[in-house]
Structure formats: structure tokens, C-alpha cells
Write a protein that binds this ligand. Structure first.
Ligand code: NAD
Length: 325
């Protein structure tokens, strides 16, 4: 039986990944600062650990005598949407780097066989709308738009060095925006799809929501099930260096709002206000991930149709709780 450790198992992608690994018949240990917020973990064992500390990373990878994890999935990060990325630069640079430095070193010392790191499309420079697709190598010469991207790029290189020296099969995914049920939807760390679903769930039919920026920034959004499929395929492949994972369905922020409003069955007006938006456009090749059989199955419309009802239910449950207290 494959033994897998998922770091960041209390978070959005990590908790879905644990569920998938369990369905595949693995024995799974989760590690995180917190348990998953929205459902019980599917992990066989869950350790509450601050992975910024070396001794906790060593504990996370420790199994019984002469046993080692076959796979470590490292998704723990101090992270959030654009609002958080722009306001918490020091925390991102310090906390995520500490986690990554200690985790890969601990995994290599414990003779772990395969190591997955969740990098991000934020490693790339800003792009102009309609610019041709960037391949993975075109992350260099490097000019990420924010510190979160620089930390990811540094860690990609860190993980590759451990791969070379220790014979660790290092697999690095560069995720585009990922969304779905059981992701952070309020509190300042939520990403655009969740924040906009929340605002629309809170708005009256015919109401107005505030949208950061001019609404023209182009992004692709990948549904959680597609992302998990990509993680599993990449981890078990021979692909080295960074690999883009993302659906190639690029929409503006205004189009994202219109898609959510259509799913919600509401007429929504937008008021564009100043706010952190990030890069102007994205457009990436994904021939590396498709070469190992990955294909996005969930359109933006279908993914929002699965996500919006969940966020609406959270908004309503919160409203009921507030009215009771
Ligand atoms: P998330 O915030 O839901 O999950 C991250 C988890 O890391 C959280 O549960 C958090 O508690 C945990 N964590 C933070 N600091 C920790 C510490 N010191 N010790 C132990 N655990 C700690 O985020 P997510 O959306 O699930 O993202 C998972 C990974 O994917 C992250 O590395 C993120 O940078 C990357 N990523 C995500 C997206 C996306 O759109 N969600 C896009 C690109 C990359």
C-alpha cells in the first residue's frame, strides 16, 4: 500500500487531494496548522504541526522503523488571493520559504521517493492580452509580478537541487487559479471566484457588487477535480521541472462575474473600484501536462454551477448564525 503525506491537508486543495488519495487506496497522513474547515478529513492520521519548524517537518515525515513515505505532497503555504498577496509580503516570503526549506530537507533525509511541490502561475511575468502562450521555460528570465511568485520560483529551484543530489523524484506543478467547493470564501484570503460568488450570493437580484480593478484582467480558472487529476498524473510521471496545470479558457473578471450571475439567476451590476488586481493577462501552453494524458473536463460555467451553491449555502448559514447570536 502506498503511503502518502499531504502537507497543507487542512487547506482547500490539500483536503480534496487527501480524499482522492484515499479513494485510490493509499494510506494517508495529513499535516497542517489546522483541520479542514468544512468537512472531516479523510486522512488515516492527521498531525497538527507548524511546518515552519524543522523538528515538526522531521516529525511529519517520520514513520515506523525502516519505513518511509512513498510520496510527499507539499501544499502548505501562507497564501491567499490578490488582497492577501499584496498585504502580507513578509509573511509569504518568510513563512512559506521556511516550510519549503525544512520540508524538502526532511523528506530527502527520510529517503522519501517522490516529492510534489505546488508552485503557481505567479512565477511568470505580466503579459499583454492576446500575447502568444508562454511555455514553462519562458518563466526565465524571471520577473514575477509579486513576492508570492518569487518565493515559488525559489522553491522550485530548491526542490530541484534536492532532486538532483538525493535522487528524490521531484515533481513541480504551476497551478493556475483553482476554485471549487470547500475553498476559503471569506476573511481576506479568498480568491476571485470565491469572493465574487460570495458577493453575488449576498446581493439582491438587480443589485450592485464592487469589483476590484477595471474588470479586464484575463485569467483561466481550473476546477478542483481537474486540478487534483493533474496533481496525481504529474506525481506519477517522469516530467521534471515546472509543469503548467490549468484549463485554457481565458475570461476577463467581468466575464467571470457574468458567468456567476447567470448561474445564480440574478441580474448583477458592477461597480469597478480600486484594488489589487495582479497581472493584466495570462496565456500558457499546457502541452507538457496534456502529454501525460491530462485534459480539463470541467468548463468554467459547469465549475461555477458546482461552486456557487456551496458558497451561497455558507453565506446563508453565516447569516442565520449571526441572527441567532
Ligand atoms: P490553502 O490556504 O487553502 O491551503 C494551504 C494550507 O497550508 C492551509 O490549510 C494552511 O493552514 C497551511 N499552512 C500554512 N502555514 C502553515 C504552517 N506554518 N504549517 C502547516 N501548515 C500551514 O491554499 P490552497 O488553495 O489549498 O493552496 C495549496 C497550495 O497550492 C499552496 O501552496 C498554494 O500556494 C498553491 N496554489 C494554489 C492556487 C489556488 O488557486 N488555490 C494557485 C496556485 C498555487
Amino acid at each position: 500500500m502506498i503511503k502518502a503525506l499531504v502537507c497543507g491537508a487542512g487547506g482547500f486543495i490539500g483536503s480534496h487531494l487527501v480524499r482522492r488519495l484515499k479513494n485510490e487506496g493509499c494510506w494517508v497522513r495529513g499535516a497542517d496548522l489546522k483541520y479542514p474547515e468544512f468537512s472531516k478529513t479523510a486522512a488515516d492520521e492527521f498531525l497538527l504541526l507548524d511546518l515552519r519548524e524543522e523538528k515538526n517537518c522531521r516529525a511529519a515525515v517520520r514513520l515506523g522503523k525502516s519505513e518511509t513515505f512513498d510520496e510527499v505532497y507539499q501544499l502548505a503555504a501562507d497564501m491567499g488571493g490578490m488582497g492577501f498577496i499584496h498585504s502580507a509580503e513578509c509573511e509569504i516570503m518568510r513563512n512559506s520559504a521556511l516550510i519549503n526549506i525544512h520540508m524538502v530537507d526532511s523528506a530527502a533525509n527520510a529517503a522519501v521517493k517522490r516529492y510534489f511541490f505546488s508552485s503557481s502561475a505567479c512565477v511568470y511575468r505580466d503579459m499583454k492580452p492576446k500575447e502568444p502562450e508562454l511555455s514553462e521555460e519562458e518563466a526565465y528570465p524571471a520577473l514575477p509580478d509579486n513576492e508570492y511568485g518569487w518565493e515559488k520560483l525559489y522553491t522550485e529551484r530548491l526542490v530541484m537541487t534536492y532532486g538532483r543530489r538525493h535522487g528524490l523524484a521531484a515533481r513541480i506543478a504551476r497551478f493556475q487559479n483553482c476554485y471549487g467547493p470547500e475553498g476559503t470564501w471569506q476573511g481576506g484570503r479568498e480568491k476571485a471566484p470565491a469572493a465574487l460568488c460570495r458577493k453575488i450570493a449576498q446581493a439582491e437580484d438587480g443589485g450592485t457588487i464592487e469589483v476590484w480593478g477595471k474588470g479586464t484582467a484575463l485569467r483561466a480558472y481550473t476546477y478542483i477535480d481537474d486540478m487534483i487529476e493533474g496533481i496525481i498524473l504529474l506525481m506519477h510521471s517522469d516530467l521534471e521541472n515546472g509543469v503548467n496545470i490549468g484549463r485554457q479558457e481565458y475570461v476577463s473578471v467581468d466575464e467571470l462575474v457574468q458567468t456567476i450571475a447567470a448561474v445564480a439567476g440574478k441580474k448583477i451590476h458592477m461597480k469597478h473600484v480600486a484594488g489589487p488586481v495582479g497581472v493584466k493577462a495570462r496565456n500558457f501552453r499546457n502541452d507538457r501536462i496534456t502529454s501525460i494524458g491530462w485534459k480539463s473536463k470541467c468548463s468554467l460555467r459547469d465549475g461555477i454551477a458546482r461552486t456557487y451553491p456551496w458558497i451561497k449555502a455558507q453565506v446563508e448559514a453565516n447569516r442565520d448564525q449571526a441572527s441567532l447570536s
